[in-house]
Ligand binder design. Structure first.
Ligand code: ATP
Length: 263
């Protein structure tokens, strides 16, 4: 479904050259939930922008459904970290969610149904008429997720989407994302610097080195599909997995701001 092959990305300009991504190769199968974890500044956002066709690769290739990415691929949606900047403050919630559907040839009835269903799926069926600035940060991020879901993407990329919300809201949103994935079986690529989040959410964790980035290792998360914040996180299997991810990244001499430490 998604193939990243020898991806390299170098930024240059204003007398400065940054090799953000050195040589990245990994594969994501259709319907799989893959989390990508790496230290702050290792090129996670750069990677997602390249996959989303928003940034050209310096070298290497990305394919979605076998087709090389040279612009935004059809059927792919992205949820960014900065929900405050991704929603239009002058549009009501329902109109924000309906926005990407404008290009699709849908009847008004079908469009309304998709918007309503997507907002219901994220628990915001009663906020259709609200403006984004009337909602909390967590609710705004739910709107951004609903907008992506309403589009019915085959691939959903998420770029540290919960980094700016409080711990309780973050836990709720993590469960929401897993529910959405389990219902719709979209192919998910979720990047985070939080090791616990990567293990809790993913079926597989791809671990990245510091820039110039390469894949350190990949780990299958052999935890049951049915997960919950208390039970799963206190499971000895969960602790083992997060310790493995933590030690891999620490062994690569990552900086200290790597989310939570393993115990
Ligand atoms: N437009 C740009 N021009 C030049 N350098 C850039 C640009 N965008 C990112 N970089 C550099 O590329 C590297 C990777 O940045 P990127 O934002 O992709 O990392 P990240 O892992 O997403 O970071 P964080 O976890 O802090 O969000 C960094 O050194 C950054 O300074």
């Amino acid at each position: 479904m998604l193939d990243v092959k020898h991806l390299r990305k170098v930024y240059s300009g204003h007398g400065r050259t940054v090799e953000a991504i050195g040589d990245l190769t990994f594969h994501v199968a259709a319907g799989e939930f893959v989390t990508v974890v790496g230290p702050s500044g290792c090129g996670k956002t750069t990677l997602l922008r390249c996959i989303a066709g928003l940034l050209p690769a310096t070298a290497g290739e990305i394919r979605v459904d076998g087709r090389p990415v040279s612009g935004p691929p059809p059927g792919l949606a992205v949820v960014f970290q900065e929900y405050g900047r991704s929603l239009f403050p002058w549009l009501r919630v329902a109109d924000n969610v309906a926005l990407p559907l404008r290009r699709r040839k849908l009847s008004t009835v079908e469009r309304r149904k998709r918007v309503h269903d997507a907002l219901a799926a994220v628990g915001l069926h009663d906020s259709l008429e609200a403006f984004p600035w009337q909602l909390s940060g967590g609710m705004q991020q739910r709107v951004a997720i609903a907008r992506a879901v309403a589009y019915e993407p085959r691939v959903l990329l998420m770029d540290e989407p919960f980094a700016a919300v409080d711990a309780q809201t973050r836990a709720d949103l993590e469960d929401l994302v897993r529910d959405v994935w389990r219902q719709l079986r979209i192919t998910m690529v979720f990047v985070t610097h939080d090791i616990d989040e990567a293990v809790y959410l993913g079926q597989r964790v791809v671990m990245l080195s510091r820039s110039p980035t390469h894949v350190l290792d990949e780990l299958t998360v052999d935890l049951p599909d049915e997960r919950d914040q208390l039970g799963t996180r206190s499971d000895p299997g969960f602790s083992k997995l997060r310790a493995r991810v933590y030690s891999q990244i620490r062994a690569a001499k990552a900086p200290v701001d790597l989310g939570k430490t393993a115990s």
